[in-house]
Ligand binder design. Structure first.
Ligand SMILES: [Zn+2]
Length: 303
């Protein structure tokens, strides 16, 4: 099974439209030893000729055009995209659904709470229900594996919150375990397991053990340090308070996952402020010398 990294940046992408941090500024000026990145997005082909999207990023249209395997074939209106799996209701993960509205039928897998937020509270998602059977919503079970797109999937509920746009009355009705999930993906045809954890506030002992058995771990590379987001104007929270384990420092992902040796370890969901985007930086060197890779758009993985 082929897994393609269509996008590797955190929300906003790199560079971000309204950001003039040293990374974004130097990238625009051609002074940074690094590459632009679109917002995090994965796709896999568990069934020959059919593709499953893992989330639906705001950059999805450009990501599809950059990936010939996702282009229409077999007829004037067609798409090999059959399934979309959602791991949260954040704009960064769902906005791309609105770009898939041109009378194409597909399935969306989401936790019951994510489905209710999108279909009952946000009328704009009505563009996906213009004809019977346009989109078929499937609940992701919390406590047992499920199958989609030729893969066996397992949700890993993460300690995180629902998006800030969800109303207080709605929040009171939702199960917090539905807010953000990580995902374990194993091809039904056989092969190793990929762990997808673009937003992980911590690594429990149980999660640590699961990661040891994986073939590939795509892990939260949002921030280098815990205080990095507090240097962004308007942000006062730490990385951990935002639901992201920082890469460096005591208990950071480099330290916490150092003993996880079996899988290929790749940072994804990299924020534009993160110094590892500069491939001449000390931070990038530390990450690489610690056995980690940094995801880039177009990266291809095989399970
Ligand atoms: Zn920036």
């Amino acid at each position: 099974m082929q897994v393609k990294v269509l996008g590797s940046a955190a929300g906003g992408g790199f560079p971000q439209w309204n950001c003039a941090c040293p990374n974004c500024r130097r990238l625009r000026e051609g002074q940074l030893a690094g590459i632009p990145r679109t917002q995090a997005q994965l796709a896999w082909n568990g069934v020959a000729g059919q593709w499953t999207l893992l989330n639906a990023s705001p950059d999805l249209r450009a990501q599809i055009e950059a990936t010939p395997e996702l282009w229409p074939h077999d007829g004037p209106r067609n798409s090999p995209i059959r399934d979309v799996i959602l791991t949260s209701a954040e704009v960064d993960q769902v906005l791309g659904l609105l770009l898939l509205r041109e009378f194409h039928s597909f399935r969306i897998y989401a936790t019951p709470s994510i489905r209710r937020i999108l279909t009952e509270d946000n009328s704009v998602f009505g563009v996906l229900a213009r004809f019977a059977g346009q989109v078929c919503w499937q609940d992701i079970p919390r406590d047992q594996p499920f199958r989609a797109g030729g893969a066996r999937l397992e949700a890993l509920p993460l300690p995180a919150s629902f998006p800030g746009f969800v109303s207080a009355p709605r929040l009171a009705e939702l199960n917090p375990l539905d807010a953000v999930i990580g995902l374990l993906v194993t091809p039904e045809s056989g092969g190793g397991t990929l762990a997808f954890l673009p937003g992980a506030p911590c690594v429990s002992a149980e999660l640590f053990d699961r990661l040891q058995t994986c073939e590939v771990v795509l892990f939260d590379g949002t921030f280098w340090s815990d205080d990095e987001p507090s240097r962004i104007p308007g942000v006062s929270r730490t990385a951990r308070e935002m639901g992201h384990l920082p890469i460096s420092g005591p208990g950071g992902s480099l330290e916490r996952l150092a003993a996880v040796q079996r899988p290929r370890k790749i940072f994804i969901h990299i924020n534009n402020t993160n110094p590892i985007l500069d491939e001449e930086s000390i931070e990038y060197r530390v990450v690489r010398e610690s056995g980690w890779e940094v995801a880039r758009d177009g990266m291809e993985l095989t399970l």
